[in-house]
Design a protein around this ligand. Sequence first.
Ligand SMILES: [Zn+2]
Ligand SMILES: [Zn+2]
Length: 341
Amino acid sequence: MLAAQYIGDKKFTLVAGSQVAPGPGEVRLNVGYVGICGTDMHIYHGVMDARVAPPKVIGHEMSGTVMALGAGVTNVAVGDNVVVRPLDYCGACPACDAGHSHVCHKLKFMGIDSPGAFQSSWTVKARTLHKLPEGMSLKQGALIEPLAVATHDVSRARLKAGEKAVVIGGGPIGQLVALAAKSVGADVMISEVNDVRRQFAKDNGMATVNPITEDIDAVVKAWTNDKGADVVFEVSGVKAAIETMTKIASVRGRIVMVAIHSQKPEVDLFQFFWKELELLGARVYEHADFEQAIALVAQGKVDLDKFISSVTELNNIGTAFASMDNNPAGMKALVSCNGAV
Ligand SMILES: [Zn+2]
Ligand SMILES: [Zn+2]
């Protein structure tokens, strides 16, 4: 049993941990693959140390295989391939009572607030698990979590077939939002400054715009016959996008805030009055979003394999993180926790 502990300042140390036997309602998994996400990169850069409290095993975009069941577990069986929905909620607060446990008042995010998946064995609550269907690889499974972010965003947007949606930001989440939006029959345009990422979007059948070299307002107007976008997904976290999102939205357009803006940006509230806009927050995902993400891949509507930029073994985890720093246009680096690359 091998675990990679983040110890601060872009460093990991490998420790020979011991497997944790599952208690009642828990399951022990052998971890297959773990994706590195933007949040993991923030942790790696040390900006979340106060919350993470290193040394800690991080990682939350994972797939694995059920190895042992604790008492009372009936939703999975030994040998099942699964993914973890990494949310630990209290089940008793007003948000949980209302059925919104993903925004629980006391939400703990597994892999940030509690130990995560960069280890060969992980013991978790059985209620966090979603089964992968026959034929879906563990590598694809590691990308179900970010795809569930995307299906949640599209569901929050109430996006319908025939509508036009603009995704601001063409990183992994933006590209997955675009694919999830396309899967419901919407036309999608991605706004992205990086040439490689714009090409990736084009290859997936998206319209694209470069907001640095083109007048995005004019491009969206031309694309929508002067109407504006029915839905705008703000995924970039860039200040300029806040100005853009209200400008390019149609009358009664919906704007979904996916990005984490740590600074408080100035929002053009006049546009909300003038065009009767709606602003919708979207945080993580719900049970149904994971099931929807798995279904989209199973039905061949989203090809996750093309998102995998590299696969690195757990004992070289530092290399995988460094590669993300050095290749900002890359999509998803996976860490193999089962010895296979
Ligand atoms: Zn993530
Ligand atoms: Zn709660």
